[in-house]
Design a protein around this ligand. Sequence first.
Ligand code: ARG
Length: 431
Amino acid sequence: MTELLWQKAGIATDERIMRFLAGDDVVLDREFFLHDIEASKAHVEGLARIGIVSEAECAALLGELDALGADFRDGRFALDARFEDGHSAIEARLTERLGDAGRKVHTGRSRNDQVLVATRLWLKAQLAGLAGLCHAVAGVCLARAADAALPLPGYTHLQRAVVSSTALWWAGFAEAFIDDAARARDTLTWIDANPLGTAAGYGVNLALDRDHTTRALGFARLQVNPVYAQLSRGKFEIAALDALGAALLDLRRLAWDLSLFTTAEYDFVRLPAQYTTGSSIMPNKRNPDVVELMRASYAGVAAARSEIEQLLSLPSGYQRDLQFSKGALVRGFARGLAALALLPDLLTRLQWNDAAMRAAIEPAMYATDVAIEQAVAGVPFREAYRAAAATAASAGEGRSPQASLAARVSPGACADLRLAELRERWARLAP
Ligand code: ARG
């Protein structure tokens, strides 16, 4: 390992202890490295503005930080076990190439605010990605809600309940993912605050130009208080995972529908062939593995949230425990976004089996229509309900799914989906 930033004379480092301290941290830092470099550039500019580094040193440092970023992207620079973490790697490179200018870069900052700012930028990017994916999913659902509506049995308790439609199903998931896109954006706005310049969590005896770094890094505001900056580590990660979890909960229920609807017992839906797999032993099988893994992806997101929550049983101020939040965060987002990313295409190409859906609509499913028609004619609803219950088996006489759907005029229901309203909200959330 390169020389440790905090190495003291006379204290030898123990390899096993170092491995435990650093663990996979330097590998995880690859995920945050470009953001760390970006924030380092803003910090260097800030230092130049208060005369800690000269204009020439500033230019050299910015150039070298750009070069490091390019080398990292192109694979010429590996962030590996030679370094304790990404932060040390940046300082080591700047010092190696620029000497004293590199040795000045850490003036007025700590790895504590450095990891905070890199993570904050990463979270913003992930939430923007989440919002974009939810928007894309909602867009497909909205488009498919405008397809010719096919009758679909509506279930409660998994028992046949009333006639519904594919359009209502699509519009339902459209509104869900519009909400999820909005939640991702709101969360992004909520965490859009700059922690850089809070140093170890107590500020420094330097008039750091924090307003400059806030602007340069594109933050909406300053995270003012250094103690709060440290308190927000983990808290903001949880907020982001909650936003991701909201979308994954909707995905889980959608995937559940698809896994049921693709069984021979329902047979309502045909998935695009690429989204199904065969069995290694049963030649007859086509399995909906992709939707099952989509359904299971919520577990990874919830686990990440829970792991970070467990870590946060801490007093104020930086504690090394927080390092473990990074692995959970990266894994949670990777899993959740990967599941969402496949959804637009799958939904675009999903096919309904009109005949099977019609066959599953039984006469008793019109009983609610019958009772309400009687109530409209003046019979007290409870009385109409009892009469309809007694004759439920013949409720379908002279009725069709289309007529039932056409009469479902309550706002939002099959005859009044209010797609224009949903589309308007959706359009306002465009990335
Ligand atoms: N790897 C550390 C983390 O993620 C970086 C901050 C280290 N700070 C410290 N004081 N040891 O938390």
